[in-house]
Design a protein. Structure first.
Lengths: 64, 262
């Protein structure tokens, strides 16, 4: 799977939410694009990732 | 030859720029203030300004945009940009877009100006306790009276964001809270073609060179160093906040000029 422009091995099948948590992301601070389309937050738990997916994850830090 | 003089097309017999002015006037030719005389060509944009004199409103707008690169002003005038959050980022971005002459701005913030804002935000003591929407608008109309400014003193949520920003093809994300930032992106990007210019990572006094503009997703531009989070021990201060605001404002200008690369 390609994540933020880098190839990574997904390992066992998992949902987007499980992947994000595994990678240390804070769910309410991220926006995710999967194969060119924004994934609504409500779908994080149901989207199942595949090795051929292209994932872009933006995670925000505070300050403005 | 046909030239544009102080915003109006005229037929001119002058062969050089200085032939159009009196000795006490500044002459700006195609966005550049002249120190020496230059020959004129058809289509040139010339602005002559007499210092110390308040011009009529019909000439003022042309004079105010005289230092823009030619062709930019009309593109700005057609622009509609919303700014979500009027703190250190949003207040400076609004000032810059106002100076650029962006035709319609929507300013959104629920908060009032308080003393801890003054280390980085575009407000003064006289604005304390005033809603940021009002405090900022009052400054912007003094900078450029030729733009339309709408304000909404409300808190943006995942539920109301689409309705509030409807009709604005470019939205600047300038919130403080990381969850508010993510909520705005997640509310606006899935539908429609709104372009968002957002920020992440601008606290502290690490090198300003680490603050960059990156295109992430097809309609999301992200400015910052992506890491420097406002937290205990890491403050938010005017220089880096302003650098980030400058990046965001310039990305907005690029989008309004039809350029979509970072």
């Amino acid at each position: 799977m390609r994540v933020n422009g880098q190839d990574i091995h997904l390992g066992e099948t998992c949902t987007l939410q499980a992947f994000l948590l595994r990678e240390g992301y804070v769910l309410d601070r991220v926006a995710v694009e999967l194969d060119g389309a924004i994934v609504p937050k409500s779908a994080f738990e149901t989207v199942v990732l595949k090795e051929c997916d292209q994932l872009e994850i933006v995670s925000f830090v505070g300050g403005g | 030859m046909r030239i544009i003089l102080n915003g109006k097309p005229i037929e001119s017999s002058a062969l050089t720029a200085f032939a159009l002015r009196t000795a006490d006037e500044v002459v700006i030719l195609n966005g550049f203030q002249l120190a020496e005389d230059r020959p004129l060509c058809a289509g040139d944009q010339v602005v002559r300004i007499r210092k110390g004199i308040m011009p009529g409103k019909d000439e003022l707008e042309a004079m105010m945009s005289a230092r823009h690169t030619p062709g930019v002003h009309s593109q700005m005038k057609a622009g509609r940009v919303a700014i979500a959050g009027l703190g250190g980022l949003g207040s400076h971005i609004a000032v810059m877009l106002t100076r650029m002459g962006v035709g319609a701005l929507l300013l959104v913030d629920f908060d009032v100006v308080e003393p801890s804002n003054l280390n980085r935000q575009h407000y003064t003591l006289s604005h304390l306790a005033t809603p940021k929407t009002e405090a900022l608008k009052s400054q912007l109309v003094e900078i450029n009276p030729f733009i339309e400014i709408q304000t909404q003193a409300i808190k943006i949520t995942a539920e109301n964001a689409r309705e509030v920003f409807a009709g604005y093809p470019i939205v600047v994300e300038a919130f403080d809270s990381p969850t508010s930032k993510a909520d705005l992106i997640n509310a606006l990007l899935p539908t429609g073609d709104t372009k968002i210019v957002a920020a992440s990572g601008l606290a502290g006094f690490d090198s300003a060179n680490n603050i960059r503009t990156r295109r992430r997703f097809s309609n999301l531009y992200l400015v910052g160093d992506l890491e420097s989070e406002a937290r205990e021990g890491m403050g938010l201060m005017a220089p880096r906040v302003s650098v980030c605001a400058g990046h965001q404002a310039n990305m907005v200008i690029r989008l309004l000029m039809g350029l979509d690369s970072e």
